[in-house]
Design a protein around this ligand. Structure first.
Ligand code: EPZ
Length: 420
C-alpha cells in the first residue's frame, strides 16, 4: 500500500494547476444516463472516484472513453441496458446514489443499493427518496436496496428541502429535467458544482431557471440530447493548496482557480494573515507574517465549506492564539483532530466544535485518516512539522487529489510517495 512521506519545514514557491472539480464531475457523469447521445466532458480530473463512476455507468450500459493526450476529456454514450446499481460499487462511493434520479426518469424503474454510513457521518438519503416520491415514484427499501418504480413516468412537483443537501438537489434536478410538467426545488443547494450541473443540463436541452439561487424552476422536457461541457475548477483543491502555502509559508500561484468560489475561505485566510488575490487567471496566495487564530463555522455554500474544515484546522494548529472551529454539516467530521494531536497539536473537541490552541511547531509522526479531506489535512500538517511525517492509507487521497505529491514537490516541498 502506498504512503506519503513528508519532511517538513520548507516554504512553497511556484505554480499549482487546479484541476476540474471531482464533485462536479461525478453528477455530470450521472447525467450521461439522461440521453442516448454522446456527452463530452472536458477538464476531467484523473481520480479514483471518476473510475468508480465509470465502472458504475458501464454496469448500466453507458461506455466511458477517455480522449485527448492526458485523458482529461470523457466521452459518455450508449443506451441503458440495466437499471441496477449493485452494492459492490455503491459501497465504494456514496455519489453512486446520483444514478437513481436519472435511471427513474429514463427507465421508470431502478434498483440502487443504499450507500450506508461512512467515516464522516450517517449520511442518509431520505431527501433524495422523498423528493422522488413527490414526483410519483413508489419506493420500497428491501435487502439494503432502494427499489423504485414510476409506471406512469415522473411528474413535476414542488419540493421544499427541509435543509440544504448537495446530492439531493443534484438527483432531483436531473429527475425533474425529464419529468412531465414543472418542478420547483426550494432551499436548493447553491454550490458551484450544482450550477455546473445545471449549465450542462441546459446545454443538453433542459429548461432550468434560477441557476445559482436556492430556488430552481425546472420545466420538464420529453428528451435531452448530447452536449459538450467544460468542468468547473475544483474549489476544494484550490482551498487545500491555499492552506498548503499558508501553513508551509512562501507563496504559490493557483492556476485556473476562481476567487468567487472560495470567498468565505479567502476571508478566513485574510483574517489569519494570508493574502489571496486574483492574478493572471488564477489566485496568488502568500503568507504575510505570522498566522493568527481565526474562528470558522461550516455552512452550505456560499458559507465556509465542510470540505475545507480539516485543512483549516491544520493551519490553526500553528497559528498564534486560539481558534474555534464549528462543524454544522456532518456529525463526525473531526477524526483528524486526534491525529493532529499526535503531531503535537492542542485540539479539544466538544460536540460540534473544536478549540485549537496554536503551538509554535508540530512534530512529524506516522499518521492516517479515514476520509479524503482528513488525509490531506495531515499532509498539510506534515509540511509544517519538524522531522518526518508518514501519511498512511493514501487511497483516500487518491480519491480526490490528483498527484498531490507532485504538485507540492514542484513547489519545493520535500514530499514523496512510497510503497511498502
Ligand atoms: C456532497 O456530499 C459532497 N460530495 C461532499 O464532499 C460534501 O462534503 C457535501 O456535499 C457537503 O458539501 C459530492 O459532491 C460527491 P449533502 P452529499 O447531501 O451530497 C444530510 C468530499 O470530501 N443528508 O449536502 O452527500 C447529510 O447526512 C465530500 O469531497 C440527510 O440527512 O452531502 C449531511 O449531514 C465528502 N439526508 C447533510 O445533509 C439526505 O437525504 C449534507 O449532505 C441527504 C443529506
Amino acid at each position: 500500500m502506498d504512503k506519503i512521506r513528508i519532511r517538513g519545514g520548507r516554504p512553497l514557491s511556484g505554480d499549482i494547476f487546479i484541476h476540474g472539480a471531482k464533485n462536479a464531475t461525478l453528477p455530470l457523469m450521472a447525467a450521461g444516463l439522461l440521453t442516448d447521445e454522446r456527452l463530452i466532458l472536458s477538464n476531467v480530473p484523473l481520480l479514483a472516484d471518476i473510475e468508480t463512476m465509470a465502472t458504475l455507468l458501464a454496469q448500466h450500459g453507458i461506455a466511458t472513453e477517455r480522449l485527448g493526450n492526458e485523458g482529461r476529456v470523457l466521452s459518455l454514450g450508449g443506451a441503458i441496458t440495466n437499471t441496477e446499481a449493485p452494492y459492490d460499487i455503491v459501497r465504494k462511493m456514496r455519489a453512486s446514489i446520483l444514478v437513481l434520479g436519472p435511471l427513474l426518469a429514463r427507465c421508470r424503474e431502478a434498483r440502487v443499493s443504499l450507500p450506508g454510513g461512512c467515516a464522516i457521518g450517517a449520511r442518509p438519503v431520505d431527501l433524495h427518496l422523498k423528493g422522488l416520491e413527490q414526483m410519483g415514484a413508489e419506493i420500497r427499501l428491501e435487502g439494503g436496496y432502494v427499489n423504485a418504480a414510476v409506471p406512469q413516468g415522473l411528474r413535476g412537483a414542488d419540493i421544499v428541502f427541509p435543509f440544504v443537501s448537495v446530492g439531493a438537489t443534484e438527483n432531483l434536478l436531473m429527475a425533474a429535467s425529464l419529468a412531465e410538467g414543472r418542478s420547483t426545488l426550494s432551499n436548493a443547494a447553491r454550490e458551484p458544482e450544482i450550477t455546473d450541473l445545471a449549465l450542462c443540463l441546459m446545454a443538453m436541452g433542459a429548461r432550468i431557471d434560477g441557476v445559482g439561487s436556492d430556488q430552481l424552476l425546472v420545466e420538464g422536457v420529453a428528451q435531452l440530447h448530447g452536449a459538450r461541457h467544460d468542468i468547473v475548477p475544483d474549489r476544494i483543491e484550490t482551498g487545500t493548496y491555499a492552506c498548503a502555502a499558508a501553513i508551509a509559508g512562501g507563496s504559490v500561484m493557483l492556476r485556473g482557480a476562481r476567487l468567487e468560489h472560495i470567498a468565505a475561505l479567502a476571508t478566513a485566510l485574510g483574517e489569519a494573515g494570508v493574502e489571496v488575490v486574483e492574478d493572471k487567471g488564477g489566485l496568488a496566495v502568500r503568507r504575510l507574517n505570522g498566522l493568527h487564530g481565526t474562528d470558522v463555522q461550516t455552512a452550505p455554500y456560499p458559507g465556509f465549506p465542510t470540505d475545507m474544515q480539516a485543512q483549516f484546522m491544520s493551519l490553526m494548529c500553528v497559528a498564534e492564539g486560539a481558534a474555534m472551529i464549528t462543524e454544522t454539516i456532518f456529525e463526525n467530521r473531526f477524526m483528524h483532530a486526534p491525529e493532529l494531536n499526535r503531531m503535537g497539536a492542542r485540539i479539544n473537541v466538544h460536540g460540534a466544535s473544536a478549540i485549537v490552541r496554536g503551538v509554535t511547531s508540530l512534530q512529524g509522526a506516522p499518521v492516517m485518516a479515514t476520509d479524503l479531506r482528513a488525509s490531506v489535512s495531515l499532509v498539510l500538517a506534515g509540511l509544517a512539522a519538524r522531522g518526518e511525517t508518514v501519511v498512511n492509507r493514501v487511497y483516500h487521497l487518491d480519491r480526490g487529489y490528483e498527484a498531490v505529491e507532485r504538485q507540492l514537490s514542484a513547489c519545493g516541498a520535500d514530499i514523496e510517495r512510497t510503497s511498502d
